[in-house]
Design a binder for this molecule. Structure first.
Ligand SMILES: [Zn+2]
Length: 318
């Protein structure tokens, strides 16, 4: 069922926030309409963040979010069936074929544009995204507004892990750094598949171990190692995920990931460039000497790269 918000009427579930949805929607989901609060309308582009302070039941909000979201950082590309041999995401590509056949009708290929945000902290997450390439950053934002990357993912991972595992809302910002396609599935459907399909469940749990390693290492790294070491480590891991030497990333987005000023990034990229480890231009950094850049990285790089390789190799044996 698709819900169009343009012609919808303003209603509120909890009396605190207002948004629009078609009058038949609450009935369709068995909800009380509570049409007693008509407030400022959020307009056609309703985002899940509107629900974050709502006191209505979490599962009802999840379903509402899935029905209402018209912009969520990703855009559907076409509705043709997804074939497993064409899937770029490592988790889905390695699924037992009979499980993939059960998932496929619920998957839609979408484009993730650099700069888009899939979700913010405390937001209801309507879709789980399985990246087929590119690079997504998971960011924590400090009280002073400075953001820092606590995890990253490419074609090995999925956006929305905590929510898939049962959390009501997201814990981090998920920002697209390098654009790509992803296969997305409604969160409620992904949860149902997690319960029902053992191969899917095993891969998601294996991925959660990889992400937890990253997050705990990032906490240590961000407080202990120098900007130059961290930048070198980040570039090396991005190279691993993208499978190429050129990383299409701006100094601005590097500054958000590293939690430092843009001018600091420019100086640090320049230092690595003078050492012959990278070259750079408008909107990209290119790894010129991978062995040298690995040596310039902090001690976090090698265990993270090893964990990534182990994860990729283990998928076919689950
Ligand atoms: Zn480090």
């Amino acid at each position: 069922m698709e819900f169009i918000t343009q012609q919808a009427v303003p209603l509120c579930l909890c009396g605190e926030i207002s948004f629009r949805y078609p009058p038949e929607l609450p009935t369709a989901y068995g909800l009380s309409t509570a049409p007693n609060n008509v407030g400022p309308c959020a307009g056609a582009n309703i985002r899940a963040s509107l629900f974050k302070n709502c006191s209505a039941p979490a599962d009802a909000l999840q379903q509402l979010a899935e029905g209402l979201i018209s912009t969520s950082g990703s855009k559907p590309m076409n509705s043709s069936a997804v074939r497993q041999e064409e899937v770029g995401n490592l988790l889905l590509a390695s699924l037992p074929p009979d499980e993939f056949r059960q998932l496929a009708p619920q998957l839609a290929r979408v484009g993730l544009e650099a700069g888009a945000r899939l979700y913010e902290p405390e937001e209801v997450v309507p879709f789980i995204h399985f990246a087929e390439g590119g690079l997504l950053s998971l960011l924590s934002t400090l009280e002073d507004g400075v953001s820092v990357e606590v995890g990253a993912l490419g074609r090995e991972g999925l956006g929305g892990l905590l929510v898939l595992l049962g959390s009501d809302v997201a814990a981090h910002t998920a920002a697209v750094r390098v654009g790509a396609t992803a296969l997305r599935i409604r969160t409620t459907q992904a949860r149902e598949c997690f319960e029902r399909l053992p191969g899917f469940r095993a891969r998601v749990l294996r991925y959660s171990r990889l992400l937890m390693s990253q997050v705990s290492q990032a906490t240590l790294c961000n407080t202990t190692h120098t900007v130059e070491q961290r930048l070198a480590r980040w570039l090396m891991l991005a190279r691993l995920r993208l499978g190429g030497e050129t990383i299409p990333v701006t100094h601005e987005s590097l500054s958000h990931m590293l939690g430092v000023r843009r001018s600091g990034v420019t100086v640090t990229v320049g230092t690595l460039g003078q050492a012959g480890l990278v070259s750079h231009g408008r909107g990209f950094v290119r790894v010129e000497d991978a062995a040298g850049l690995a040596n310039a990285s902090c001690v976090c790089y090698r265990p993270l790269a090893e964990e990534y390789d182990n994860f990729s190799n283990s998928l076919s044996t689950l």
